[in-house]
Write a protein that binds this ligand. Structure first.
Ligand SMILES: [Fe+2]
Length: 291
C-alpha cells in the first residue's frame, strides 16, 4: 500500500425525525465507502467524553477521582476493560450495561445519547441496504431497540510512544461505530491510497464494520467495512494528547454472523467469535481473554 496521503471529503448526514438525511443524496456513496460524517445533535456536548479520555489512564488521586484509575482497575464485570495496544493507543472498553457502574453520570448520559444516535443510524442503514426488519433480532441478537453487544472505546493516543502508528490499519468487526475525535489523524484507505479525513468538530465519523459488510454483500445496497487507521501523533507543547471515543454496535461474540444469499435467504456465515479471534491475530492483537 502507498503511504501517500490526500484529503477525503466524506458524505455528510444529519438525523431528523425521518432517520438519516444525506446531503446531495449521498447515502449510496456512504454505504459504498463504509464511512460518513454525522452531524452531532446540538443537544449533545461531547466534551465530557474527551475529558475522560484524557484521564482514564492516570493514577487515581483519591476515591472521588472517578475519571482516573482505569488502567489499574479490574473492571471485573466487563469482558473488555483496559488494553495497552502495540501502537500509540491505549484503550478502555466498557459494555453499555456497565457504563452506569464504571463512569460518572455525565459520561453515562453522553454515551447513552450517542447510543440512541448509533441505533437510529444503524436502523436507517439496514433498511436502505434491504435488511428485513423481521430478521433484526436474529442478525443482531437484540430487539428493535438494541443490539446484543454495544460498548464504548475510550482512546488515548500516547504522543510519547514514537515510531509507530496511532492505531494500525483495521476494519471494525461489528455493524457500526460512531467516533468523536478531538484532533486530525484519522485516515481511510480508498482508491488505492490512504486519504486523510479532515477533522470536523461538529460531526461524528461513522464507520461500517465486517458484520455489516458480510450481511449485506448480496443486497441491493451493500455496505462496505471501511479500512481505516490513525497516523502517528506527535507531542505538541501545551496540547493534550489526541483523544477519541466511540460507540460500537455488533453481534455478541457467542452469535453467528449472517449473510443474505443471492436469492435473499438469510444464512449463517461464520461464528463471530472465530471470526474475531482470527482478525485480532492478523492485527497482532491478543483477543479479549475474558470473552
Ligand atoms: Fe476502528
Amino acid at each position: 500500500m502507498s503511504n501517500q496521503s490526500v484529503s477525503l471529503s466524506l458524505p455528510r448526514a444529519q438525523l431528523t425525525g425521518h432517520g438519516l438525511e444525506f446531503s446531495d443524496s449521498s447515502l449510496g456513496q456512504a454505504l459504498a465507502l463504509g464511512a460518513f460524517l454525522l452531524q452531532i445533535p446540538s443537544s449533545l456536548d461531547v466534551n465530557p467524553g474527551f475529558e475522560i479520555c484524557r484521564n482514564f489512564y492516570r493514577p487515581r488521586r483519591d476515591a472521588q477521582d472517578v475519571l482516573r484509575g482505569h488502567r489499574e482497575a479490574p473492571h471485573e464485570r466487563s469482558k473488555l476493560g483496559y488494553e495497552d495496544r502495540p501502537n500509540q493507543v491505549e484503550q478502555l472498553q466498557i459494555e453499555s450495561h456497565l457504563w452506569r457502574e464504571y463512569f460518572p453520570l455525565p459520561i453515562t448520559r453522553l454515551l447513552g445519547a450517542i447510543k440512541v444516535v448509533t441505533l437510529q443510524a444503524l436502523r436507517h442503514l439496514f433498511e436502505a441496504s434491504g435488511v428485513h426488519q423481521d430478521h433484526w433480532a436474529t442478525i443482531t441478537g437484540g430487539t428493535l431497540d438494541e443490539t446484543s453487544l454495544c460498548y464504548t472505546t475510550l482512546n488515548h493516543y500516547r504522543s510519547g510512544v514514537r515510531g509507530t502508528l496511532g492505531i494500525v490499519e483495521h476494519t471494525d468487526s461489528g455493524f457500526i461505530t460512531v467516533i468523536a475525535a478531538d484532533q486530525p489523524g484519522f485516515e481511510i484507505y480508498h482508491q488505492g491510497m490512504w486519504q486523510a479525513v479532515p477533522l470536523e468538530p461538529g460531526c461524528f465519523i461513522v464507520n461500517l464494520g465486517d458484520a455489516y459488510q458480510i450481511l449485506t454483500a448480496h443486497l441491493r445496497l451493500p455496505g462496505h467495512a471501511v479500512l481505516h487507521r490513525v497516523i502517528e501523533t506527535v507531542p505538541v507543547r501545551d496540547t493534550p494528547d489526541r483523544s477519541s471515543f466511540t460507540v460500537y454496535m455488533g453481534p455478541n461474540f457467542d452469535m453467528s454472523l449472517y449473510q443474505y444469499s443471492g436469492s435473499g435467504a438469510l444464512e449463517v456465515y461464520q461464528s463471530f467469535r472465530a471470526f474475531s479471534v482470527l482478525k485480532a491475530q492478523g492485527m497482532g492483537y491478543g483477543f479479549h481473554d475474558r470473552v
